[in-house]
Design a protein around this ligand. Structure first.
Ligand code: UGB
Length: 596
């Protein structure tokens, strides 16, 4: 009361609400009026932000937190009353007629899509101090994840225009969700690289805010230990993307412009765009309102399983069940072996890789109802088994893949399973943690992420009839990996399997120690036998035909020491550096045909 004079009427209302919700402690140690007034104003500016950023405001946040904390303390089963079963979806085989048909349908539809990258996380687990999208996805060309994503969208845009014979130029919107941790570095990365070729206004950055931390089971908001006029905050999770999009007004704008799909994806999967055309094709062909990209899952593997849940009251949903919840859920519902492999040697539940394709119309309808609020959870680290106090403050979190939880049972929710080698190689773990991963399980490190790109490109070329030598094995940063020929191409060279087939003719072969970079749309390989390094640039319309034997000393991978602090972080976290001994470089000029 002593401070009412410095507050405006909205702030007084907000203060009353907080006191009503049991938050009097926030003001308990405030100085008298006239002392610390600027800090108090700053405090209320923060409270207003926290209030405005949460659907229903801080009162709703505190009430939701109390319920979830009570459920967590009671050890309540979140799936009480639900019976799990395997949902129906599409299982694709790379390169067969069905796959090619879906890819074509997907490319055609891409002009009606918008892409949303969630990139608000810092990725503390990776041991990389910059934003994760700035990390090279592979070091043969040094292309960072963000560049790869943007170039893929631009290539899709161009291919889609050609295929659908659009005469006007359409720009696929690209949204990046950032946070206070990543916003400015993301903007700087874009600006200093001329948006990697995209028009600046085609890229839309939306920033997620953090949420208030909580000190106890009564959801008492936590103050910063070093500042009594500052509330402690932590990230709320990637589920924020839905309310941010809803509030941005972008969804209606997209619908009015004739768009039909929104694709969501994460920050460090260098294979993702190899899976996008076919899975978008599945969404179009099957009419899925929600399509989750998935890979075959080994029982107990640390990825969630996509599961159909049917409640005794008739409710059903198709949802990701996290791996630590799947086994107890199955055991509690009559599956004595729990999370076990089926006859195929895999879990019958597809593994969620958290890339989602939503149909825009039904998405807008649902968000209009929910305002983008996503089912939340809380994960307090309790001091002891009495579960009465926490080791450190906690907060509510939400995940974008929980969007289908509130959908009506009539919603068409499906999935698309693709081979892991084609679709999924995230970079999440630092070398020390990756080296501890049990043999046979994926490392999900910078090392494995890079090797997976070479492997996928080689397997695609093999399927197109190219002779590719078997991989060697090596140990980098304590991780045993396969080293395939280091073949990379820009998305404008090939987005789909048909593109590869059109550009690679008979009689090509690559030795294991080969490296090839294809940078340009019109590069054709026929009778090329490579044993060394070949780099081909072909600007715009330049046509380059490559054939014959090419042999040189090539580029070799030299192991590095993770603890060598003289190395740049993006090298040390992968455990090798490429030594460029010798290469053949070809530059195809505009309006000219070159051949080698
Ligand atoms: N992210 C945000 O944009 N904001 C946030 O507040 C948090 C994250 P992580 P994790 O692929 O195997 C996810 O940290 O814990 C972005 C799925 O939830 O990599 O590995 C962040 O920038 C899980 O179900 O998430 O878990 C990044 O782009 C499983 O699919 C993305 O969200 C797992 O990934 C994921 O952040 C997986």
């Amino acid at each position: 009361e002593k401070n009412l004079g410095i507050l405006d009427p909205d702030q007084i209302e907000l203060a009353k609400k907080l006191m009503h919700e049991g938050q009097c402690h926030l003001f308990a140690n405030w100085a008298d009026q006239g002392v610390d007034d600027e800090k108090k104003k700053r405090f209320f500016a923060q409270v207003s932000r926290l209030n405005g950023n949460y659907p229903g405001g801080l009162s709703a946040y505190i009430q939701n937190a109390r319920h979830l904390l009570a459920d967590s303390k009671a050890g309540k089963n979140p799936f009480e009353g639900f019976i799990p079963s395997v949902p129906s979806g599409e299982v694709l085989t790379f390169g067969d007629d069905n796959f090619v048909m879906f890819e074509e349908a997907g490319v055609k539809e891409a002009l009606k899509a918008s892409f949303v990258l969630v990139a608000g996380g810092l990725g503390e687990r990776l041991g990389y101090n910059r934003i994760k999208v700035s990390l090279p996805s592979e070091t043969t060309t040094g292309t960072c994840f963000l560049q790869n994503y943007i170039e893929s969208i631009l290539a899709l845009q161009e291919a889609s225009c050609k295929l659908s014979q659009e005469t006007f130029h359409v720009e696929i919107p690209f949204v990046i969700m950032t946070s206070d941790d990543t916003h400015i570095p993301t903007l700087k990365l874009l600006e200093s690289n001329y948006y990697f070729g995209m028009k600046p206004d085609q890229v839309i950055l939306i920033k997620q805010e953090k949420v208030a931390c909580l000190d106890d089971n009564d959801a008492r908001i936590a103050l910063d230990p070093n500042d009594k006029y500052m509330i402690q905050t932590k990230p709320h999770g990637h589920g924020d993307v839905h309310s941010l999009l809803y509030n941005s007004g972008l969804l209606n704008k997209w619908r009015d412009a004739g768009l039909r799909w929104v694709l969501f994806y994460q920050d460090t999967n260098g294979l993702l765009f190899k899976a996008i055309p076919a899975s978008l094709g599945v969404s179009v062909t099957k009419g899925y309102h929600v399509n989750s990209l998935a890979v075959p899952r080994k029982a107990k593997e640390a990825i969630g399983g996509i599961t159909k849940l049917t409640h005794s009251d008739g409710r059903t949903m198709v949802i990701n069940v996290e791996y630590n919840q799947l086994d107890p859920l199955l055991r509690a519902t009559g599956h004595a072996d729990g999370d076990a492999n089926g006859e195929t040697g895999y879990s019958p539940f597809p593994g969620n890789i958290n890339q989602l394709i939503l149909e825009l119309g039904p998405y807008i309808e649902e968000l209009t109802r929910t305002h983008g609020a996503i089912s939340e959870f809380v994960n307090p680290k309790y001091k002891d088994s009495s579960k009465t106090s926490f080791k450190s403050s906690t907060r509510l979190e939400c995940m974008m893949q929980d969007y289908p939880k509130t959908l009506p049972s009539t919603a068409r929710v499906g999935f698309t399973v693709m081979d892991t080698w084609l679709a999924y190689a995230p970079v999440k773990n630092n070398p020390e943690d990756a080296a501890k991963v049990p043999k046979g399980n994926p490392y999900h490190s910078a090392t494995s992420g890079e090797m997976a790109i070479y492997r996928a490109n080689c397997l695609i070329l093999r399927k197109a009839g190219v002779k590719i030598a078997d991989p060697a094995t090596a140990v980098f940063n304590g991780q045993e990996v396969e080293i395939w020929p280091r073949i990379t191409w820009k998305p404008k060279w090939a987005l789909t399997f048909s593109d590869v087939q059109k550009k690679v003719k008979e009689g090509c072969s690559f030795s294991q120690r080969s490296t090839m970079v294809l940078n340009g749309p019109n590069i054709y390989l026929q009778g090329l036998s490579l044993d060394g390094t070949l780099i081909i640039h072909a600007v715009n319309e330049a046509q380059v035909q490559v054939s014959g034997p090419v042999q040189n000393k090539g580029w070799v991978l030299l192991p590095t020491d993770y603890k060598d602090e003289s190395l740049p972080e993006e090298i040390s976290i992968r455990g090798f550096v490429i030594e460029k001994l010798e290469q053949l470089e070809i530059a195809g000029r505009e309006n000219s045909g070159s051949s080698v």
